[in-house]
Structures are given as structure tokens and as C-alpha cells.
Design a protein around this ligand. Sequence first.
Ligand code: DP6
Length: 330
Amino acid sequence: MTPMTPAKAVAHSNIALCKYWGKRGDPALNLPAVGSLSLTLEGLWTETEVGPGDRDAFELAGTGEGEAHKVFAHLDRIWAASGRTGARPRCRVRSVNHLPTAAGLASSASGFAALTLAAATAFEWSPPRTTLSALARMGSGSAARSLWGGFVRLDRGNRPDGSDCVARPLFPADFWDVRLVVVQTTAAKKPIGSTAGMERSRATSPYWLPWVETSEGDLAEAEAALAARDLAALGPIVERSCFKMHACMLASDPAILYWNGATVDVMRRCWQLRAEGLAGYVTIDAGPHVKVLCAAASAAEIAERLGAVPGVVAVTVCGPGPDAHVEVLA
Ligand code: DP6
């Protein structure tokens, strides 16, 4: 039997401050059409254990969804990349999502990042972290960013083989004392998953090209504002990137709308608080929840005020989170 060592890895979720929406080139490589910039989050994580089994098996505990066939296909990908010969050993994969509720915060970023690191370790392969990140991206684009803590950038790249589409840490978690206030609104069933939604936007949205063409400029400006730890400069770019993405989604045919009424009410309330001097900046992903970027000192008050908006079901305050890491098995 091909040797493998049981291994466990932990990866934290991340939220994009400059969004990824849409793909380019070979679908098997899952290359983004735009670069993105994210904040890895403390308090939201996935732990995944990969060990030998009689057959491939996948168990998921905690919140979120996991698709076994995607997990096994990802193991095949990592085995092939590791250069190990022979058939991939059968694996037992156990994953636990530590996400606040079942209300639909994405688990694919932390999930594929943890799976990639755990499987490579189990296959006794330790390539550079950028290689692991590129593999995680093939599972889910946003997962490429969850290999690192703090602030992370994923470049779009231009090459068809994806060799210049790499993620890299910009600043570690302790670089800047900011918070993301995650405001959960009642989750309806998602109208469309992000992979299919992206394809629909690319194929039908008249705003697709402007979205792609303006994103590089947003990224450069966001990176400069981040380097200067300038929230008043970064915040408007975060909102601009978010609303351009949602405009592109909305103008798809048929339209893609992830928001509900409370999503809009929370956004408006956040803007009102900002006008009153309590600065927070909104971002929204492929779901109805609102995430608000703010200084650590404002987070508790913003959380309290936004938590009072009707339709809000939970509020979680997250600081910058750590690198994905291997954990010693008990
Ligand atoms: C709106 O990474 O879930 O959250 O690569 O198709 O798995 P796939 O998509 P995924 O998309 C995330 C989209 C987003 C924005 C972002 O995280 O950048």
C-alpha cells in the first residue's frame, strides 16, 4: 500500500475587499478574470483531517455544505501534483466548519485551503505555499487566498497556463488593527451558486467588460491605501469594488440578485452611521449578508447598531486571522 501519514490542517475564511467575479481561460485551471485582495478572518475556520481509508469517504460536521465528488477530485489533483507514482491511496477526509451559524457564509475558501494543506501533508509533500495556493484555487478561487493570514492579494495573471496567477501575502494579521463586522440577514436559498453566476455574468452582462477593465486600477489603489493603513482611502474602494460586482451580477440575463430587504437596510444604516461619524464600509458577497470594514475601536458600536436593524439574525466581529497551518494529531 502507498504510504501516507494522517494529517490535519486548519485554514481561516477570508472576505474579499476587492472582489473576484468571473473566470478566464481553461476552466480546469479555474483562473480568475480579475485579481482580488482579501482579509483572512479570525474566528471563522475549517479544520480538515486526511488519513488512509478502505475507500474514499468524506464527512462534514458543523455548518456549510461539502460536495464529496469535489473533495475526491481535489485529492486526485494534489496527488498528481505531488509527483508521487502509483494510484492515489484511498482517503478518509473529515472536516469541521467553525462558522457562526448555518446562515450561509461561504465555507469553500477555508474548506479548500484546509483540504489542500492537509492532503499535501498526508501525501508527505511540502511544496512552497504558492504551489499549495494555486492548487487550492483550482478547488475554489477564493481558497487561494486562505493559505495566508492577514491581507492577501491574488493576481489575475495573463498566461494561459496560469503560472502568473499567484496569491501572495501583502501584510500579516498584526499589520493593522481593523475589524470586519459580519452582519447576517435571514438566508433565503441562494438563487445561483457563484461558479454558475460568474459564467452567466461573463456571457450576458453588458457590464462584464467594464468590471474586468476597471478592477486592476481598484486593486492598485486599494493596495496603496492598505499600505498606508488609511481606512478613509481604502473604504470607498472596497465599496466601489463590491457594487461594481453586484451591478455586473444584476445586469446579467436573467438577473442575479443575492440581497434581501434587510441587506439594503443594513447598508443604508451603515452609511447613515458613517455620516454621523462612525466610519464603516460595506462589502457583500454571493449571499445576503453584509460585512462592514472598520477600525477596531468602532467595531462594538457598529455591531450593536447594525444588530438592531430588523431582519438581522446575528452579528460577529472578526479581526485579521492567521496563516493556514498543520496541527499535530492527538
Ligand atoms: C463573491 O471562490 O466561491 O465571494 O472559484 O467558482 O469556487 P469559485 O468561486 P468562489 O467565488 C467567490 C466570489 C465572491 C468574491 C470573492 O471572494 O472574491
